[in-house]
Design a protein around this ligand. Structure first.
Ligand SMILES: Cc1cc2nc3c(=O)[nH]c(=O)nc-3n(C[C@H](O)[C@H](O)[C@H](O)COP(=O)(O)O)c2cc1C
Ligand SMILES: [Fe+2]
Ligand SMILES: [Fe+2]
Length: 407
C-alpha cells in the first residue's frame, strides 16, 4: 500500500493483510482486507484509526508515514473512531513510541482504551458534535454512531473537504491498491461491490437499525467522499454507497430481493437428487436462484446470499434424529445474524423415522420465517417426490414474488 493524498492535506495510509488469516478469526478473506488509516494535517497532525500488529501492518503504516515525512512521534492526535482491535491493536506499541499523543474517542471508547490497553492518561473524550481544530483551517467534527459496529463507535468529518471518515461503515473486504472507486476497472469495482455486501452481511447486518439511525443522523452533512477503514474510498458519488447501505439495512426486516437462496448438504446424494426439480420449479416463476453447498463452502457465502434473498430453501437429510449438522450450523448462524422475515421451504431425505424437520421447526420458531409445507421422503426420490418438490419450489417463488411486490 502507498500513501495517497485524497484531499488537500489529507492522506490515505495503512496496510493490506494478505497472510491467509480469517477476519474476526472466522470469516474467509481470500483476497485479504485493508486496514485504512488517514493522516490529516493542519498545524498539528492527526492520525485517524490505527492498525493491528497483523501481517506487518505497523511496518506498512510506519513506512507510509515516513514517505510523507511524518514519524510516529510527530503525531499530535490519534482519533479512534472504533476500539475493535483491527483498528487499535497496535496502540500499546504506538504509545511507547509516542507517549505524548492525545487520543480522542467517545466516553465509552475511553473505557475500552482502559480495558484493552490499560491507558487512561492519554485519552480525551469527545462528545457528539465536538470539533478539533488542527490549525491552518483544518477542523474535524465528531459524531457518535453507536453500534455501527460496537457501542462506542463514532465517525469523523472534515467539512471543508467533505471527507467522512466512517471506520467500519461503508467498508469492504479485499486488499486495496488503488483506493478510489472511480479509478477502478469494472471487474475490480464489481469485486468491491460484492465484497462490501459480504462484509455487511458478516459484520454489520445485526446492527442494521443502528446503520439506519446513523445515516439519518449524518444526512445533513455535505459528504463529498467516504473514507472507510476497510476497502476503497467512495468519491465518485458517495451517495451510491449510502443508498446501498440503506438497502442492505432494509433487508434485515424484509422483504429483501426477489431471489431464492438454496442452502443444501447431502451425504449420499438422496437429497441432492431433488435439486433439479426444485430449481426448475423456482425458475418456472423466473425468480433467480443462488445455490450454496455446506460445509463445502464457508458459511460466510451462504449467509451473504441468504441475507439479500427474500426466499430460502434448506435441503438436508436427517442425521442422528436431527438435521444434517452443516445445514443446522448455517441456520444457527442465520439466527445469530438476525435474518428475519423470510419465505422458507425445507426438504430432505431420511432413512427410517426422520427427525430433521422437528429440529428445524424448533430452531427457526423465533425467526419470523413463513415456512411452507416441507417435503420429506424415505430413501431415494421418485417421480411423485420430484413433482412435490417442483410444486413447492414454484409455490415458494410465487410467495416471494408477492411478498416483494406487496411491500
Ligand atoms: C450417520 C447417519 C445418521 C443417520 N441418522 C438418521 C436418523 O436419525 N433418522 C433417519 O430417519 N435417518 C437417518 N439416516 C439416514 C439418512 O437420513 C438417509 O440415508 C438419507 O437418505 C440421506 O440423505 P442424503 O443421501 O441426502 O445424505 C442417517 C444416515 C447416516 C449416514
Ligand atoms: Fe468493527
Ligand atoms: Fe473494522
Amino acid at each position: 500500500m502507498k500513501a495517497v493524498e485524497i484531499a488537500k492535506n489529507i492522506y490515505f495510509v495503512g496496510a493490506n493483510i494478505r497472510n491467509g488469516d480469517l477476519f474476526e478469526g472466522m470469516w474467509p478473506i481470500p483476497d485479504g482486507v485493508s486496514l485504512n488509516s488517514y493522516i490529516v494535517k493542519g498545524e498539528k497532525t492527526a492520525l485517524i484509526d490505527l492498525v493491528r500488529d497483523w501481517d506487518n501492518a505497523p511496518k506498512s503504516l510506519t513506512e507510509q508515514l515516513t514517505s510523507l515525512g511524518i514519524s510516529i512521534e510527530q503525531i499530535d492526535y490519534l482519533i479512534l473512531n472504533h476500539l475493535e482491535p483491527d483498528h487499535t491493536g497496535w496502540l500499546e506499541e504506538f504509545l511507547k513510541r509516542n507517549p505524548k499523543v492525545t487520543i480522542l474517542t467517545t466516553q465509552l471508547g475511553k473505557k475500552m482504551v482502559k480495558s484493552f490497553y490499560k491507558n487512561e492518561e492519554n485519552v480525551t473524550v469527545v462528545k457528539d458534535g465536538d470539533t478539533l481544530d488542527l490549525g491552518n483551517n483544518m477542523i474535524l467534527t465528531f459524531y457518535s454512531t453507536p453500534n455501527v459496529h460496537w457501542p462506542e463507535t463514532m465517525v469523523t468529518f472534515n467539512e471543508s473537504s467533505g471527507v467522512l471518515f466512517s471506520c467500519d461503515a461503508f467498508g469492504s473486504y479485499g486488499c486495496v491498491d488503488t483506493p478510489f472507486d472511480d479509478l477502478l476497472d469494472k471487474p475490480t469495482h464489481e469485486f468491491f461491490d460484492r465484497e462490501s455486501l459480504r462484509y455487511y452481511a458478516n459484520i454489520v447486518a445485526s446492527f442494521s437499525p443502528f446503520v439506519e439511525k446513523a445515516i439519518e443522523k449524518l444526512s445533513g452533512l455535505t459528504i463529498k467522499m467516504i473514507a472507510p477503514s476497510h476497502g476503497i474510498i467512495w468519491r465518485k458519488n458517495p451517495q451510491t454507497i449510502i443508498e446501498r447501505y440503506l438497502k442492505f439495512a432494509s433487508y434485515m426486516n424484509g422483504p429483501a430481493e426477489p431471489e431464492i437462496t438454496i442452502i443444501w448438504g447431502s451425504m449420499y446424494g438422496n437429497t441432492e437428487a431433488v435439486l433439479s426439480p426444485l430449481i426448475e420449479g423456482i425458475n418456472s416463476e423466473r425468480i433467480p436462484v443462488h445455490i450454496h453447498q455446506v460445509p463445502n463452502e464457508d458459511v460466510s457465502y451462504p449467509l451473504t446470499s441468504a441475507y439479500r434473498s427474500a426466499g430460502l430453501v434448506f435441503a438436508m437429510p436427517t442425521y442422528e434424529y436431527r438435521m444434517f449438522p452443516p445445514v443446522a450450523a448455517a441456520i444457527d448462524m442465520f439466527g445469530r445474524k438476525h435474518l428475519k422475515n423470510k419465505k422458507v421451504l425445507r426438504i430432505g431425505s431420511y432413512g427410517w423415522s426422520g427427525g430433521a424437520q422437528k429440529e428445524f421447526d424448533t430452531m427457526t420458531a423465533d425467526l419470523d420465517w413463513e415456512c411452507i409445507e416441507p417435503v420429506e421422503w424415505a430413501g431415494a426420490t421418485d417421480e411423485e417426490t420430484n413433482e412435490k418438490v417442483y410444486e413447492q419450489g414454484k409455490k415458494l417463488a410465487q410467495l416471494v414474488k408477492q411478498f416483494c411486490v406487496q411491500s
